[in-house]
Design a binder for this molecule. Structure first.
Ligand code: SF4
Length: 242
């Protein structure tokens, strides 16, 4: 991301309801890895990339929210291509509503499902103006009540814009967590709960990006690049290559 709405001290102190309950429940029940191994995995990720960043571009917490909504079933690169011009003229809910659905649709038509997404972005912008004073709420329930915003999007916004140690489970996180042995969850929510209960607290805020980046560039879906993997010796994946 080019720039982010930085987290506040109070945001850092708070955790989401799901994170709190998962940590309380010790959520590591589905992990085959020992806690020492998990700590070592995240220690290595931290050494390799101390300040991991997401690749969706945004200029404030509102454009972050819009970018994440647009990224469903689309690549970050494809979304960035469309939003670079869009966010120059519509970087607040008010400006997005003024732009209107028809023009917005035209500007994001290279992104899959753009018609639905344009409708949702206009509706969520109207809701932000009417119910939240034009601000992105620091609240999971309020975020998930916005059109086009589900649990994964709320987790990204809470993590990136507000510094919460949430875990947005996308296709990369789901695959990597299951391969390494951090979880054997069969649903994104099960994997999220396992990870939240397992990841060392000091890795919490960055863990989401480390797993995504590892899945995107090293532990790829079709052919994981095990030969250059920094956690090769700790990974429990039976199909890992020598
Ligand atoms: S060793 Fe291979 S399968 Fe295991 S995490 Fe690394 S890249 Fe993925």
């Amino acid at each position: 991301m080019k720039s982010l709405c930085r987290s506040t001290t109070s945001a850092r102190r708070s955790t989401t309801k799901s994170a709190a309950s998962a940590r309380k429940g010790g959520g590591a029940r589905r992990s085959k890895l020992k806690r020492e191994a998990v700590a070592e995995i995240f220690r290595r990720f931290a050494v390799e990339n101390p300040e991991p960043k997401g690749e969706l571009e945004s200029v404030n917490s509102y454009t972050l929210l819009v970018a994440v909504v647009l990224s469903a079933q689309a690549t970050d690169a494809g979304v960035n291509k469309a939003t670079r011009a869009l966010f120059k003229i519509a970087n607040t809910p008010e400006k997005m509503v003024s732009l209107g659905e028809v023009k917005l649709r035209e500007m994001i038509k290279t992104i899959g499902l753009y018609r639905n997404k344009a409708r949702n972005v206009i509706l969520l912008s109207q809701m932000l103006i009417e119910a939240h004073g034009g601000k992105v709420p620091h609240d999971r329930d309020a975020l998930e009540s916005l059109p086009g915003v589900g649990r994964k999007t709320a987790n990204v916004v809470l993590n990136v814009a507000f510094g919460e140690p949430t875990m947005a489970v996308d296709t990369h996180v789901f695959r990597v967590a299951n391969r390494i042995g951090l979880s054997n969850g069969k649903t994104p929510l099960a994997v999220e709960e396992d990870l939240l209960g397992l990841i060392p607290p000091d890795a919490g805020v960055h863990a989401h990006h480390w797993l995504i980046l590892h899945g995107r560039y090293v532990c790829k879906a079709r052919r994981p690049e095990c030969e250059r993997c920094i956690i090769y010796d700790l990974c429990l994946f039976k199909g890992k290559t020598a």
